[in-house]
Design a protein around this ligand. Structure first.
Ligand SMILES: Cc1ncc(COP(=O)(O)O)c(C=O)c1O
Length: 390
């Protein structure tokens, strides 16, 4: 485990290491292939699908941030998920949470049903009997997403890992919603961490990318082999941009969290807002676990609009600073309707089981002024109230 603070690791990744010209920022190596030193003599790099110096700097920073032996930088978050699943065979059982990201849910269920890639068991980690559900499943791998998307439910990573060890199951944690600046699952006992770096790690909504970070070198080597074999690795330019975004991860998140706390306080007292889902709230069922295993409550929250679904259009169309869009984790605030957007790939029954209703709204809070963000929400809610009174 690195002794360096995440803020230092991020800010210093690859800085002042250029041996050719002393460039402060690491160069962008836009090359598909590399000259051999001589016939029959391999160089450090041969082909950029296998290895690229710019991608390697990002990988080394992510491995250090998560406290892993090795990171594999992939071209999307979904390819990072697919890569981690290469550890499974058709004889193995994968346990997934009932409320994970819709795209991950689509990948798991379709690989299991259409390709028989593994056996799949869905567990509700919010039910008290989750340990019994897991023991019955006898899994090879347990997939966690905490806080979950979109309801910000919290799972006790250390408790799941302890049980997994006794069953010799591997634990994978999708750490996209917090990033290693706020949660380090490997230190809590997990074996792998998966990221959509598209989100907080890059933080500027201009790259799609992912990463898998392995606790052990052996696992890292195996997945690096698969990433090259399947062609899942990220391009140099995307890696360069992501490295640039990563430098400000800690200060961005600090500001985004501060803004989120203020937005949540506003939402909580508004008559047109029903339940607010944010792990920082003392009455959130996962608050105590979040306090223990996270170093902050994050910049995502969800809430129920206390109005008929027909008024969602009025609400969304009256917002100026919360842009209606799928993604999250950027410097700009985004808002989405999980049932028809991020979680549309779940059928109605799966959505109902996951608690995704017609008036659930998810917010990713950016770095704008909290005052402006709150005024924006207030105006949109006033517009909803005005329609209701007609
Ligand atoms: C928690 C989580 N995991 C994985 C993904 C997939 O990442 P990508 O869109 O970068 O492929 C997403 C995307 O929204 C996500 O929210």
């Amino acid at each position: 485990m690195s002794h360096r603070h995440p803020a230092t690791i991020s800010a210093r990744a690859g800085i002042a290491e250029d041996t050719a010209f002393g460039a402060i920022t690491p160069p962008l190596y836009l090359t598909s292939t590399y000259q051999l030193p001589a016939f029959g003599q391999p160089g450090p790099y041969d082909y950029s699908r296998s290895n690229n110096p710019t991608r390697d700097i990002l990988g080394e920073a992510l491995a250090e941030l998560e406290g892993g032996a090795k990171a594999i930088v992939t071209n999307t978050g979904m390819s990072a998920c697919l890569l981690a699943l290469q550890l499974l065979t058709p004889a193995d059982t994968l346990v997934i949470p009932h409320d994970c990201y819709g795209g991950s849910y689509r990948l798991f269920t379709n690989l299991a049903q259409k390709k028989q890639a593994f056996k799949l068991v869905i567990v509700n980690f919010q039910q008290q009997d989750w340990p019994e559900q897991i023991k019955r499943a006898a899994p090879t791998m347990i997939w966690l997403e905490t806080p979950s998307n979109p309801l910000l439910q919290i799972t006790d990573i250390a408790a799941v890992c302890q049980l997994a060890k006794s069953l010799t199951a591997k634990v994978v944690v999708d750490n996209t919603f917090l990033s290693p600046a706020l949660q380090q699952p490997l230190a809590l006992g997990a074996d792998l961490v998966v990221h959509s770096t598209t989100k907080f790690i890059n933080g500027h909504s201009d790259v799609i990318g992912g990463a898998v970070i392995c606790k052990t070198q052996a696992c890292g080597d195996e997945l690096k082999w698969w990433a090259n074999c399947l062609g899942l690795t990220a391009g140099a330019f995307d890696s360069y941009l992501t490295l640039r975004g990563l430098r400000t991860l800690t200060p961005r998140l600090q500001l985004q969290q501060q803004n989120t706390a203020e937005v949540v306080a506003f939402l909580q007292q508004h008559p047109l807002i029903g339940k607010v889902y944010y792990p920082g709230l003392v009455d959130h069922p996962g608050h105590q676990i979040a306090k223990r295993q996270q170093s902050g409550f994050g910049a995502m929250c969800s809430f129920e609009l206390s109005a008929p679904p027909a008024l969602l259009t009025t609400f969304f169309s009256n917002l100026r600073y919360f842009t209606l869009a799928q993604s999250l984790g950027g410097t700009e605030s985004l808002i989405c309707h999980p049932a028809t957007m991020t979680h549309a790939s779940m059928d109605a029954a799966a959505q109902a089981t996951a608690g995704i209703g017609a008036t659930l709204i998810r917010v990713s809070v950016g770095i704008e002024s909290a005052q402006d963000l709150i005024a924006d929400l207030a105006l949109a809610l006033d517009a909803v109230a005005a329609v209701q009174q007609q």
